[in-house]
Design a protein around this ligand. Structure first.
Ligand SMILES: *[C@@H]1O[C@H](CO)[C@@H](O)[C@H](O)[C@H]1NC(C)=O
Ligand SMILES: *[C@@H]1O[C@H](CO)[C@@H](O)[C@H](O)[C@H]1NC(C)=O
Ligand SMILES: *[C@@H]1O[C@H](CO)[C@@H](O)[C@H](O)[C@H]1NC(C)=O
Ligand SMILES: *[C@@H]1O[C@H](CO)[C@@H](O)[C@H](O)[C@H]1NC(C)=O
Ligand SMILES: *[C@@H]1O[C@H](CO)[C@@H](O)[C@H](O)[C@H]1NC(C)=O
Length: 684
């Protein structure tokens, strides 16, 4: 009898095999139907669905065209070919070269194409310039393990990877409908005893010392230039959110794509000498914002095609429905709480994008600060007084808030309340703060440090925009044809001040003449230097006449993951005012950066498309077409100039933390314990 493989070989020799394969696949069950309507599934089943979708050449060409042409507005493309020191070994991506490669490369599936395209952008290690295709990430399935990890240091100073002491408390609260699957998958006497793993030392991950898994993740996690910060992304952490304290699982216990099916660990549990081997499965959970589907066709139709707000609009066309910036798809991925339509129209932001929306996993009650919030506390800005009665704390999870002015007022009120209670020194905890309103960052610097040459009129960084041919045409249209009477467009000269802080006139084309630069051997062009943008119009009128705190008695604390407007605040406080900086729980022996992804102002494809459509330039060959898929492309639109080297961008200048604070089982993910430790060590 002939075996089936020999039979196929025979058919292949007759040129018939593809017909046979087609016949088999048309009868095969639909892999997306297998996961449709389910909440928890195995990662391999999600991959089977994603991988069954073939590349549609029209959509592929469209995506690459949109990304490529949007990058003409991104300030950093040529710098990122080879970033300056100290980030040369971290950032070296020739984006346009890689897009050309991807264009001509063939892929087995749309999922493979997505992984290549999204990782190519992630290699910039720039949280502003990210490609997110909602067909595959976060709004769909997210991969979880019930054992977030952390780096703990013992009394002798040895640092090891541990399962977070609070792991079981977090997982049983967040995954009540799945925890039994993990309980049952543990071997022998550990079965049903997941709780006993909390705090365990992790000796190997998939047969290798943990450092391999940490560094493999650092290669693909993106968002931050520095290796140290990308290593920290592997581990659990916390954030103060608009609705309370949240827990961030970290990239080991939460994957945006269904990458891993399981993990094998060798562990040593707390108070145990035994070395034990366990294997736990990752489980994929359908996101709460995914649109329901039953098969491949409804999956594609409901989750993968452009939606309202994917593309821009002509801001003055009465026929086009106007969409609030706050309800555009990009808003879901901006790492800030929701902003009111009014505030997001009026106030510019500098904020990173992440494939995972903000976490809503709750920080266990035992770790939530038990101190009472001080007056002025509001949403993601909470003020506390430590028990020493002299250290005030501002826990600030974002530089955004629903409403701009009330937020700035409450920042002032909180600091004044702390002072009235006797605070003489201040800890500002900006752990996982992804940025927000640019002028909120300048305001906080201004009110802490008082009025002085470093805060008035410019409390932030001077900036520059890219000055490419299409940008120049947009500015010309606005200046020459009064295309933007209501001041809705970013290229309107009335939005900006020149380098000596004088506002441009309506007829002043601020993109002329472009400043030519050669960066990494490529010709580039930028706008003239722009000066301050917040004072007086975007500040409350009651800025105090004196410093509220001695900036040298201010410590900025985070896990390195402080970006965008958070970087603008931290850098000006550290480099101009002498504030101290602390990174918590970083890997020993690796230089920790207290912030990253500085930018100046961030925006996205849909916003640039509105500039193009409103100035009637959509027909220009340089204009990106409308995007056909459910995607988001972020960019840095303005880049801040440096403080130590004012002629070069701050983006790739050094931001070394003064202290890498070791964490213990008692202090990890415990904000009050961390603040007390910081105050003891740095505020004598
Ligand atoms: C990107 O756009 C530029 C300018 O239009 C063009 O020369 C280049 O071929 C494009 N690259 C890809 C990969 O489409
Ligand atoms: C480990 O042993 C110490 C000392 O006996 C005890 O205080 C602690 O609660 C134990 N921890 C666990 C998780 O069993
Ligand atoms: C807190 O704020 C409220 C309302 O603004 C005010 O009435 C109260 O006096 C403040 N309390 C303190 C202790 O500052
Ligand atoms: C800013 O504009 C004012 C008024 O036109 C001008 O006097 C000044 O030189 C300009 N500054 C720069 C740096 O161009
Ligand atoms: C683009 O070109 C087409 C065909 O020439 C024309 O009908 C259309 O009005 C143009 N659109 C814009 C926005 O200029």
């Amino acid at each position: 009898m002939i075996s089936s493989s020999k039979f196929l070989a025979l058919l292949a020799s007759l040129g018939l095999v593809s017909a046979v394969n087609d016949a088999i696949s048309s009868r095969a069950p639909d892999p997306c139907a297998a996961i449709g309507g389910k909440k928890w599934v195995a990662p391999r089943d999600v991959r089977a669905c994603y991988s069954s979708i073939k590349v549609d050449q029209t959509l592929k060409t469209n995506m690459i065209d949109v990304v490529n042409k949007t990058l003409a507005f991104h300030t950093s493309v040529n710098y990122q070919i080879k970033a300056p020191q100290p980030f040369t070994s971290d950032v070296h991506e020739d984006l346009l070269g890689d897009l050309a490669r991807i264009k001509s490369q063939r892929y087995r599936s749309d999922y493979d194409l997505h992984i290549d395209l999204s990782r190519t952008l992630k290699r910039l290690n720039d949280g502003h310039c990210v490609w997110i295709n909602r067909c595959f990430v976060s709004s769909l399935f997210v991969n979880y393990l019930p054992i977030p990890l952390t780096l703990l240091t013992d009394a002798k100073g040895n640092q090891d990877v541990h399962i977070a002491p609070e792991a079981f408390t977090v997982a049983s609260a967040e995954f009540p409908d799945q925890i039994q699957v993990w309980q049952d998958s543990l071997p022998g006497s550990l079965k049903g005893n997941l709780q006993s793993l909390s705090g365990a030392k992790v000796l190997t991950i998939n047969g290798l010392p943990p450092t391999f898994a940490i560094d493999d993740n650092a290669k693909i996690t993106g968002s931050f230039q520095s290796l140290a910060t990308r290593q920290n992304s592997f581990f659990s952490s916390y954030q103060i959110g608009a609705a309370g304290w949240t827990y961030i699982m970290g990239n080991f216990a939460q994957q945006a794509l269904p990458l891993s099916d399981d993990v094998a660990l060798i562990i040593q549990r707390v108070n145990n000498t035994a070395i034990e081997k366990i294997t736990l499965p990752y489980r994929s959970r359908l996101g709460s914002t995914a649109r329901a589907f039953t098969d491949t066709n409804s999956y594609l139709a409901n989750n993968c095609r452009a939606v309202d707000g994917t593309n821009g609009v002509d801001a003055y066309a009465s026929s086009t429905p106007q969409i609030d910036p706050s309800s555009k798809p990009v808003a879901k991925f901006q790492q800030q709480p929701p902003i009111s339509a009014e505030s997001s129209r009026k106030h510019l932001v500098n904020v990173i994008l992440d494939t995972s929306p903000l976490s809503d996993v709750v920080l266990p009650p035992a770790l939530v600060p038990g101190l009472s919030p001080v007056n002025g506390s509001r949403n993601a800005a909470q003020f506390y007084m430590l028990k020493d009665k002299k250290t005030g704390v501002l826990a600030l999870g974002s530089f955004s808030d629903t409403d701009f002015l009330p937020f700035l007022d409450s920042l002032l009120q909180g600091l004044v309340s702390l002072k009235s209670q006797g605070a003489t020194r201040l800890v500002v905890d900006v752990t996982n703060n992804g940025g927000g309103f640019i002028c909120a960052a300048h305001w906080l610097h201004r009110i802490i440090a008082g009025p002085k040459s470093t805060t008035v009129p410019q409390a932030g960084l001077d900036t520059t925009a890219r000055d490419g041919p299409l940008a120049q045409l947009i500015a010309k249209q606005i200046v020459g044809t009064n295309a933007d009477p209501d001041l809705l467009l970013l290229y309107n000269p009335l939005q900006w001040n020149n380098a000596t802080n004088v506002p441009f006139a309506a007829n002043e084309d601020w993109l002329q003449l472009p400043v030519a630069k050669i960066i990494n051997g490529r010709h580039d062009a930028f706008s003239q230097r722009l000066g301050q943008e917040c004072q007086p119009g975007s500040f409350p009128t009651n800025a105090p006449g004196v410093a509220l705190f001695d900036p040298k008695e201010v410590v900025i604390v985070n896990n390195g993951r402080c970006a965008s407007s958070c970087s603008l605040f931290s850098i000006t406080m550290a480099k101009l005012e002498g504030a101290k900086t602390v990174v918590v729980g970083g890997k020993q022996g690796v230089k920790q950066q207290y912030c990253g992804t500085v930018g100046g102002q961030s925006t996205d494809f849909s916003t640039m498309d509105t500039e193009i459509k409103t100035t009637h330039l959509k027909n220009n060959t340089l204009a990106p077409p409308d995007l056909l898929v459910n995607g988001v492309q972020g960019i840095t639109w303005r880049l801040g100039f440096g403080i130590v080297n004012p002629q070069e961008p701050e983006e790739w200048q050094d931001h070394p933390a003064d202290l890498n604070l070791p964490l213990t089982a008692a202090s990890v993910n415990n904000p009050v314990a961390i603040w007390e430790d910081v105050a003891r060590r740095l505020l004598a």
